[in-house]
Design a protein around this ligand. Sequence first.
Ligand code: ATP
Ligand code: MG
Length: 467
Amino acid sequence: MHDDRHPIYDNVIGIDLGASYTKVSRRTGLRACQYSDVDTDILALHEQWVIPSICVQRRSGSHEWLFGVDAAEATLADGDVLFANWKADLFSDARSEYVQSIHVAAKFFKWLREMMEASGIDLGEYTTRLCLPMLPVMEETASILAQCMDREGWAFPRNILKVSEPAANIIGIFTDGKNCVSSRGIPHYEQCYGSSNIINQMTRLRPITELDTEKFVTVGVLDIGSFTTDVAALRFNLSGIVHPEDPGIERIDAESWPCGITANLDDVILPALSEANGFDLSTLKFSLRETAKERLYAEKRWTLGVDRRVDFGGASDQKVIKDTLQQFCHAVFNRCESFFTRMRPEILFMTGGGAAIPLVRQTLADGIERMGIRVRPFPDGIMAAPGKQSDWVSWMVSQLTLNRFATALGGASVVLDATAPPSRSDTTEGGRPAAELSSGVVRQSCRCQGGNKDCCFCGGSGFYVKR
Ligand SMILES: Nc1ncnc2c1ncn2[C@@H]1O[C@H](COP(=O)(O)OP(=O)(O)OP(=O)(O)O)[C@@H](O)[C@H]1O
Ligand SMILES: [Mg+2]
């Protein structure tokens, strides 16, 4: 008999709340006790697969709050306020930015709920899983966001659970959003990974025999995002994966650092180029600035306007860009070096917007090679790749699936039902004391009644602080 309360029977919404782009996934739960092959889908809201997270608050006229494509295409009028990096501010030590970002987050989740309901989704039917970076204040941020969502109509009657962003990412990559559940309600993990070429090839490369009960392989993901760089490593027991009742995951390790494109690249490069060329790039609407960044960071030229042309990307601009990109690579590399030395992945995937920048991708690939991370030659198409180890690394990195949706897919995956991601709060003293946040703090019994360490409200303690 299956247990109806087991999370594999839940409908799940996965939210990858990105500093630049939010991605939302949906996994339909199981209703019947029968073989089921339930994929996790990415939801398009207003025909947008990636939802710009930026916010514009109109101060003139309607005083409306704009999100998504409306905010991305908005030209700012006098007095309008742009919140370009409010996710990062949720983790900020600066109190005014922090408080402001909570306000913006509440507006964002209201907007997102309305968008989802307009797409015919009854959120009352879903558990929501929110992917958050593994920063020391993750627990507190999760609780604050859950309270914002609760107030904006998300929670009732279901829970809001937190998920480690890097852990969700690596699971999303290796399951590709696939969830297979066999009869009797037992997840069929072999088929969860069934569409993953990498796992297939590893399994074929190291065939499991009767004598081999354990075959381990470690894979890694490096996700360079707008706000954080996230790393994750997954140690598989391949003989587990081929066993239907065992997810095969021996260990997940994950870390995040506040080292990302917005603070480390944009906030350095864009003001310097603005000053040098006499045009303030921060006044561009979001969508146009994205186009400019894509060209300039790829060391190409970019011309603004028809009537008043401004040419960016000349020799002195290029020097600023190149120097900053290289410094950024050093910062990323220094941060993840010890992680990869410890975990020694055999294969590494690089994702996130940072991996789309050619110089960043190449420089980091070279650094990874110098770390001596071995990249295993695979059969089939992969055997056709170059033979030298340096070429292997470059080849692997160039093949890396820039799968922008992996975190959202993995966050809703059935694999996470069995494989609880590590919780940083267990090992850190992180988090601001509640009393410091505001007066009128109330200790509240949690609806989950405790016991669920992934609960965004209480983290399993049964109580949370209400403001
Ligand atoms: N080809 C490119 N060239 C330059 N920048 C790029 C390119 N592609 C994406 N970016 C930048 O990458 C960022 C978006 O990356 P991503 O979607 O990984 O971030 P995010 O998930 O929103 O952030 P985080 O996970 O840190 O919260 C944006 O700043 C975007 O401008
Ligand atoms: Mg991201």
